[in-house]
Write a protein of this length. Structure first.
Length: 557
C-alpha cells in the first residue's frame, strides 16, 4: 500500500521533520517504518476512561512489535453519567462529532498510515469509529472495558440503580442512608457502566461490524485480558497495513446488518440506532429506519441484560461474551458470516477459531429457539406525533399499548422538577421537547427523569416522549428521537397539556389524537423559539446538525 508517512519523513526537504521526531527519541530505523496513530480518550473526567492511557501503551507495544512506529495521542471524552440531568448533557452528543473531527485532524496533519482507537465512554466509541470509517486507513477499534458491578446487600448494582434510588428516596420509599450506601457501592473501579447500556452496546456492535478483534467487547476494564487485547490490537493493525485492508473493505452493508442484528439480540441501547446511522454515513452506506425494522422483526432477543433484564456485562463475559451470541445467530443463518473483519479473516473464520465452553444452567443468554422475545428490542415508531420516526426499546415487560394525556415541558429540568414534586400521575404522557439535535442543542439524555419515574413506581404506569434521547440505562415505555424535532416545527411542538397521545407497539405507531383542523390552527400560531446558544461550539453544531432520523450528523452548509 501507499505509505502516507513517507510524505513527512523522506527527502532532503524533510530534514526538519525528521529532526522533530529525533527530538522525541526516534531513530532513522524508526522513521523508515509505517507510522500508526494510537488514539485514546483517556482522562480523569470519568471512570470509563481513566485507565485508557495505560492501555494505549499496550497497544503501542503491540504495534511496535509488529514492525511499525506507533505514536500515541489523545482526544476528549464527555462523561454522560456526570453530565446527566443538567446543561452539561447538551455537550455529550456534540462530543461525538468533535472526537471524530479531532482524530481526523491528527491523522491528516501527521500523515499516519494506520490507526488504533481506544475508547471507553458512550460517545467516544461511535466518535472513534466514525473517524476510522471517514479516514479509511487500516484501523482497529478496541474498547476500554466494562466496570465491575457493585455489590450491595448481596445484589449486583450499577449506576442505573443510583439514579432510580434518587426517585425512590424522593417518593419516600428509601432512606437517605440506603441511598448513600447505593451511591457508595455502585461503581467500584475503572470501566464503563456495567449493564447493556450505550458503551457496552457499542462495544458489542464493534465486534459485529468487524472493526474490533473477536471477544474484545466483554472483558472488564481491570481484567488482565484487557491489556492483552490492546496488545493484540496493536499487532493486528500492522497486519492490516501490510495487507492493505481498509475500513471500507469491512464496513459493508452486510456488516451493518450484522450490527443491527446484534443490537436487537442483546437488548442494546437505542442510542446505537443514532450511531450506526452516523457511522454508515461516513462510508456512504445508505441505512434507513426501514432497515432497522426489517432486521429487528427477524432477530430474537437472547441476552437478559440490564436495564430491562437482570445481568451485567461481566455475567455475559463469564459465559463466552459476544462470540457466544454471534455463534448462536450464525447457526440460524441470521448473520452474514462471510464479511471481512480486522483479523484479515471472515466473521465465520473468526468464530470457528473460538472455542466456548458450555456453561450449564446459565440464564444470561437464552437458547435461540426459546428467546426472551421472538423479535428484537430496538423499535421504530411512526405516526402523527413522529412522522419521520421515533425510537423505543422494548426489553423489560413494557406495555404494548398506552393511551394517556400529555403533560408538556419545554426543557428537561422543568420535567424533572415536576417528577420530583410527584406531580406526574398514572396515565400521564410526559412530553419533553425542544431538546432535539438543533433545539437543545445536542439531544440530551433523560435518564435523571426516567430513572426518577421508575424509582417512584411509575415506570410502567406512564410514558415519556421526547425529541431528545435516552440513556442506555433507561427502561420503560420511553420514546425518544422524535422527528421532526420541535425546534424545526415538528408536530411535537404543537402538543398541548391534556392532548391524548396513543402508543401502539404492535402497530409501530405513536399518534397525537388531535384533529387536522386544530393542528393547522396551532401550526399557524407557532413561532420558532430563539436558539439557546448563539456562539461557541453548541451554536456551531446547531447550525450544521440534521435530523435524528438520519443519525444527527453534521454536514457543511
Amino acid at each position: 500500500m501507499e505509505i502516507s508517512s513517507r510524505n513527512v519523513v523522506e527527502g532532503i526537504a524533510r530534514a526538519p521533520h525528521r529532526a522533530m521526531y529525533k527530538a522525541m527519541g526516534l531513530t532513522d530505523a524508526d522513521l523508515s517504518k509505517p507510522f500508526i496513530g494510537v488514539c485514546h480518550t483517556g482522562n480523569e473526567a470519568t471512570p470509563c476512561n481513566i485507565h485508557l492511557g495505560r492501555l494505549a501503551q499496550k497497544a503501542k507495544e503491540g504495534a511496535g512489535d509488529g514492525g511499525a512506529t506507533p505514536r500515541v495521542f489523545s482526544t476528549i471524552a464527555v462523561s454522560d453519567g456526570i453530565a446527566m440531568g443538567h446543561e452539561g448533557m447538551k455537550s455529550s452528543l456534540i462530543s461525538r462529532e468533535v472526537i471524530a473531527d479531532s482524530i481526523e485532524l491528527m491523522m491528516r496533519a501527521h500523515q499516519y498510515d494506520g490507526l488504533i482507537c481506544i475508547a471507553g465512554c458512550d460517545k467516544s466509541l461511535p466518535g472513534t469509529m466514525m473517524a476510522i470509517a471517514r479516514l479509511n486507513l487500516p484501523s482497529v477499534f478496541v474498547y476500554g472495558g466494562t466496570i465491575m458491578p457493585g455489590i450491595y446487600e448481596g445484589k449486583q448494582i450499577t449506576v442505573q440503580d443510583v439514579y432510580e434510588a434518587v426517585g425512590a428516596y424522593e417518593a419516600g420509599q428509601l432512606t437517605l442512608e440506603t441511598l448513600k450506601n447505593i451511591e457508595n457501592y455502585a461503581c467500584p473501579n475503572a470501566g464503563s457502566c456495567g449493564g447493556m447500556f450505550t458503551a457496552n452496546t457499542m462495544a458489542s456492535i464493534s465486534e459485529a461490524l468487524g472493526l474490533a478483534l473477536p471477544g474484545s467487547a466483554s472483558p472488564p476494564a481491570e481484567d488482565d485480558r484487557r491489556e492483552k487485547m490492546c496488545y493484540d490490537t496493536g499487532r493486528a493493525v500492522t497486519n492490516l497495513v501490510e495487507q492493505n485492508i481498509r475500513p471500507r473493505d469491512i464496513l459493508t452493508f452486510d456488516a451493518f446488518e450484522n450490527a443491527i442484528t446484534i443490537l436487537n439480540a442483546i437488548g442494546g441501547s437505542t442510542n446505537a440506532i443514532l450511531h450506526l446511522l452516523a457511522i454508515s454515513n461516513e462510508v456512504d452506506i445508505k441505512l434507513s429506519y426501514n432497515d432497522f425494522e426489517r432486521i429487528r422483526k427477524k432477530t430474537p432477543h437472547l441476552a437478559d441484560m440490564k436495564p430491562g433484564g437482570r445481568h451485567v456485562m461481566l455475567d455475559l463475559d463469564k459465559i463466552g461474551g459476544i462470540p457466544l451470541i454471534l455463534k448462536k445467530l450464525t447457526e440460524k443463518n441470521l448473520l452474514h458470516d462471510n464479511v471481512l473483519t480486522v483479523t484479515g479473516k471472515t466473521l465465520k473464520e473468526n468464530l470457528d477459531s473460538i472455542s466456548i465452553q458450555t456453561v450449564e444452567n446459565q440464564n444470561v443468554v437464552t437458547p435461540i429457539d426459546a428467546p426472551i422475545h421472538s423479535t428484537g428490542t430496538a423499535m421504530i415508531l411512526k405516526g402523527s406525533l413522529a412522522p419521520d420516526g421515533a425510537v423505543v426499546k422494548i426489553a423489560g415487560g413494557e406495555k404494548t399499548r398506552f393511551v394517556g394525556h400529555a403533560k408538556v415541558f419545554d426543557r428537561e429540568e422543568d420535567a424533572f422538577d415536576s417528577v420530583a414534586n410527584e406531580e406526574i400521575k398514572d396515565g400521564d404522557v410526559v412530553v419533553i421537547r425542544y431538546e432535539g439535535p438543533k433545539g437543545g442543542p445536542g439531544m440530551r439524555e433523560m435518564l435523571a427523569v426516567t430513572a426518577a419515574l421508575v424509582g417512584q413506581g411509575l415506570g410502567n404506569k406512564v410514558s415519556l416522549v421526547t425529541d431528545g434521547r435516552f440513556s442506555g440505562a433507561t427502561k420503560g415505555l420511553m420514546i425518544g428521537h422524535v422527528a421532526p424535532e420541535a425546534f424545526v416545527g415538528g408536530n411535537i411542538a404543537l402538543v398541548k397539556d391534556g392532548d391524548e397521545i396513543s402508543i401502539n407497539i404492535g402497530e409501530n405507531s405513536i399518534n397525537l389524537n388531535v384533529s387536522e383542523d386544530e393542528m393547522r390552527q396551532r401550526r399557524d400560531r407557532w413561532k420558532q423559539p430563539k436558539p439557546n446558544y448563539t456562539s461557541g461550539v453548541l451554536a456551531k453544531y446547531a447550525s450544521l446538525v440534521g435530523s435524528a432520523a438520519q443519525g444527527a450528523i453534521t454536514k457543511p452548509i
